[in-house]
Design a protein around this ligand. Structure first.
Ligand code: NAP
Length: 411
C-alpha cells in the first residue's frame, strides 16, 4: 500500500496494475484527477459527471470509477505550500491512469511550467492528440470531416528540455564564449541562448509508440514531421531514426513512401513517410485526408496540433494525453482561460473528450463511444457553450454545467 504524506486514498476501489507489459483494469479502478487552475473548476466537474453517467449507462453498475482527487497548481499551493507535491507524482504513478484540468504557467519568469514538470518527472514522453471533426461543430474550413489525425508529439526534449540562459547572465556569457571562441561560431554577444537536444532514445520511443498505435488500430499511415532541411542533426536525425524504427522493428507491417514510389505495392501495410514542417502546415489544409498518424518533435507537434484543432472547431474540442510506457495522464489541450474561471461558461468538451481517450485506454470502449455519440447529439441540437454558439447559426448558448447535463441526457 503506497503511503502519502498529505493525501488519503479512497478506501474502496482497486488500483490499475501493469502486467506483462499491459495494463489490467479492474471493474472499480481508482483513478486520480487534478481539478486544475482557472476554468478547471468549471470543466472538471462537468467531465466527472459525464464520464460517471456514461460508465453507469454502459455497464449498468457492474463497473464504476473510484475517483481520487490529487492536487497541483493553485489548490496544491493553498493546501501544502507547493504547486507540484511529491504525493501527486506518486499517486499518478501508483494508479497508472489520471486525468487533469489545465494548470497556470507564468510567461517569461516565475516558476517552471507544472505541465512540463509533470511530463518530465513522470517520463510521459508522448503527447497524444487525436484531432477529428464532430458532426455539427462550426469550422473555418469547407471540409472539416476530412481531418482525422492523431498527433504524437515528443514530450521531454527539443524545446521542452528547458535548457536556456537569459541574455546578460554569466552563464549565457560562458556558453557564448565557448561557442564563439572554441567552436568557431559568430553569435552576437548580446544573445540569450537555448539548446534543443533530440536523442535517439527520445525519438525512437515516440515513433515506436506512434507506429504501435497505427498497427493496433488499423490506421493507414505514419508521417514524420521535421525541419531536417535546416537542423540536420536534430530534426533531420529525428526523421532518420524514425525510419529506422519502422524498418528495424515493424518491417512486416510498414512500407516507406520511397519504396512505393519505386514500384512496391502498399499491400495493406502502413505507409511511412515524412514531411518538412512548413509544408505540412499547407498539406493539412490542402490534402487533409492524406494524413493519418503524425509523429513530431516537441515544437513542431505543439504548433501542428493547435493548427489541426483549429480546422475542427478549436481548442475547446481537442483532447490530449501524456503517455509513458504505461502511465497515462489525460488532459484538455487548452489552458486555464483565467478570464472565464468560475463563470460556468466555457466549453468542457476538450476535457470530456480526454475522458473518452482515457476510457478507450482502459478498454471501456462502450462508455467512450456513448459519450462521443451524446456529445455529437448535443451539438446537433445546437445547445452549446458560448464559443461554439458564436460560430453557429441559430445556436442557443448554455452554461458549462447545462451543456454537461444535456450530454448526460443524450447518453
Ligand atoms: P487558454 O487558457 O487556452 O485560453 C485562450 C483562449 O482560448 C480563451 O481566452 C478562449 O478564447 C479559448 N478557450 C480556451 N479554453 C476554452 C474552453 N474550454 N472553452 C472555450 N474557449 C476556450 O490560453 P492562454 O490564455 O494562453 O493561457 C492561460 C494559462 O493556461 C497560462 O498560464 C498557460 O500557461 C496555461 N496553459 C496551460 C495548459 C495546460 O495545463 N496543459 C495548456 C495551455 C496553456 P476566447 O476568449 O476567444 O473565447
Amino acid at each position: 500500500m503506497t503511503q502519502f504524506e498529505n493525501l488519503n486514498p479512497p478506501k474502496s476501489g482497486t488500483p490499475i496494475r501493469v502486467k506483462d507489459g499491459e495494463i489490467e483494469v479492474p471493474d472499480e479502478p481508482i483513478i486520480s484527477y487534478i481539478e486544475g487552475d482557472g476554468i478547471g473548476v468549471d470543466i472538471t466537474p462537468a467531465m466527472l459527471e459525464v464520464v460517471n453517467a456514461a460508465v453507469e449507462r454502459a455497464y449498468g453498475g457492474k463497473r464504476r470509477i473510484e475517483w481520487f482527487e490529487i492536487f497541483a497548481g493553485g489548490k496544491a499551493n493553498e493546501r501544502c505550500g507547493e504547486r507540484l507535491p511529491k504525493d501527486t507524482l506518486k499517486a499518478i504513478e501508483t494508479y497508472v491512469v489520471a486525468i487533469k484540468g489545465p494548470l497556470t504557467t507564468p510567461v517569461g519568469g516565475g516558476y517552471r511550467s507544472l505541465n512540463v514538470s509533470l511530463r518530465q518527472l513522470l517520463n510521459l514522453y508522448a503527447c497524444v492528440r487525436p484531432v477529428r471533426w464532430y458532426q455539427g461543430i462550426p469550422s473555418p474550413v469547407h471540409h472539416p470531416e476530412l481531418m482525422d489525425m492523431v498527433i504524437f508529439r515528443e514530450n521531454t526534449e527539443d524545446v521542452y528540455a528547458g535548457i536556456e540562459w537569459a541574455q546578460g547572465t554569466q552563464e549565457a556569457g560562458q556558453v557564448l564564449d565557448f561557442l564563439n571562441e572554441k567552436m568557431g561560431t559568430q553569435i552576437l554577444t548580446d544573445s540569450g541562448i537555448a539548446i534543443k537536444p533530440i536523442s535517439i532514445t527520445g525519438t525512437k520511443r515516440l515513433v515506436r509508440k506512434a507506429i504501435h498505435y497505427a498497427v493496433d488500430r488499423n490506421r493507414r499511415a505514419v508521417t514524420l514531421v521535421h525541419k531536417g532541411n535546416i537542423m540536420k542533426y536534430t530534426e533531420g536525425a529525428f526523421r532518420d531514426w524514425g525510419y529506422e524504427v519502422a524498418r528495424e522493428e515493424f518491417r512486416a507491417q510498414t512500407i516507406t513512401e520511397e519504396e512505393t514510389s519505386n514500384g512496391a505495392s502498399l499491400d495493406g501495410k502502413i505507409l511511412i513517410n515524412d514531411r518538412i514542417a512548413d509544408s505540412m502546415f499547407q498539406q493539412i489544409l490542402t490534402r487533409t485526408a492524406e494524413y493519418d498518424i503524425v509523429a513530431c518533435p516537441n515544437l513542431n507537434g505543439d504548433y501542428l496540433s493547435d493548427a489541426c484543432a483549429a480546422q475542427v472547431g478549436g481548442l475547446g474540442m481537442a483532447p490530449g494525453a501524456n503517455m509513458g510506457d504505461h502511465v497515462a495522464l489525460f488532459e484538455a489541450t487548452h489552458g486555464t482561460a483565467p478570464k472565464y474561471a468560475g463563470k460556468d461558461m466555457v466549453n468542457p468538451s476538450s476535457l470530456i473528450l480526454s475522458g473518452v481517450m482515457m476510457l478507450e485506454y482502459m478498454g471501456w470502449n462502450e462508455a467512450a463511444h456513448r459519450i462521443e455519440k451524446a456529445l455529437e447529439a448535443t451539438i446537433e441540437q445546437k445547445t452549446v457553450t458560448y464559443d461554439l454558439q458564436r460560430q453557429m447559426e441559430g445556436g442557443t448558448k448554455v452554461s458549462t454545467s447545462k451543456f454537461a447535463e444535456n450530454i448526460v441526457k443524450n447518453l
